[in-house]
Design a protein around this ligand. Sequence first.
Ligand SMILES: Cc1cc2nc3c(=O)[nH]c(=O)nc-3n(C[C@H](O)[C@H](O)[C@H](O)COP(=O)(O)OP(=O)(O)OC[C@H]3O[C@@H](n4cnc5c(N)ncnc54)[C@H](O)[C@@H]3O)c2cc1C
Length: 330
Amino acid sequence: MTESLHLTVAEVVRETADAHTLVFDAALPFAPGQFLTLRLPDGTARCYSLCCGPGERLMVTVKRVTGGHASNWICDNVAAGSVLEALPPSGVFTPRSPDGDFLLLAGGSGITPVLSILKTALARGRGRIVLVYANRDEESVIFAAALRELAAAHPDRLTVVHWLESVQGLPAAPRLASLLRPYQAYEAFVCGPGGFMDACCEALAGLGAARPKVERFVSLGGDPFAAPEPVEGAGGTLEAELDGSVTSHAWPEGTPLLDVLLAGGVEAPYSCREGACSACACRVVEGEVKMLANEVLDEADLSDGWVLACQAIPLTDHVRITYSEDPAAG
Ligand SMILES: Cc1cc2nc3c(=O)[nH]c(=O)nc-3n(C[C@H](O)[C@H](O)[C@H](O)COP(=O)(O)OP(=O)(O)OC[C@H]3O[C@@H](n4cnc5c(N)ncnc54)[C@H](O)[C@@H]3O)c2cc1C
């Protein structure tokens, strides 16, 4: 089972009236676009995307949700010196290489993973980056000053387009399409409220662009910090490669892949355990599985062999999977 971390908050930055950044006194390896899963003292677990770039301390930004349990608790209670339990960075909303042209589409708090991708691409890549950032009004723009500074420092590589609902109205697909047309060949990432993401996907599809990667900000239902259940029963076999080690397991029919690995003592990554977050994504390199639910992987991910371990059950007697990002691995 993945060991949880205890992260000390070094500083809390009030970004807007309802968004707080927690800066942790920690530097951990992460890929841009990944998230942490935080656990509140009452046991509630929620995912928050890292918004930091290379060389920065770990940071997440939490925006209050009206009536929301965790976001309001965090904004009301977490201060410098607070210690939060967390699962390590995970998720697949991340570019294969920082060295491409990126079209980044963010709405509201959806800016967080996008900012991490943006900072990493500027620091480590050479391509052009266009950020379209939609907000209700000027006061609700998180990271406005940081984005101004980045655009001023990289005028030839970064273009930031703000879309304010108070000025331009809702970002509907037809108007987005005209804005996005020149960048339809860029690698696109979309994160924000459901309606915004649907409009972006519709606009890109209408332009004949490749499907963007999307990250959905849902609340977890289960407890990803809980101990795994024992797994029993007849079935096939599973071989799993994680961090260079290969392990073999019996795989009882109908049992999710993640449960088999955790029961077998493998420290496989995961978070929501309900097909909503992609922390447990791995690739099938031999055999076949089917997923019981999948809210995050798109057609391109599926055709590359990605599956969600928490939802994958076996269709063949033998399955081999890898957690390596390298298509030649496994
Ligand atoms: C991969 C990932 C990354 C994320 N990154 C971020 C991030 O960077 N920043 C960020 O701010 N958020 C992020 N989120 C979202 C975050 O995890 C939470 O979902 C968000 O903070 C809301 O949680 P909450 O506990 O405050 O709200 P919840 O208590 O889960 O409530 C959400 C909404 O549902 C309503 N609701 C709750 N219970 C009921 C009920 N019984 N009946 C009807 N309505 C109900 C609430 O009123 C509220 O409007 C991310 C999510 C994921 C999956």
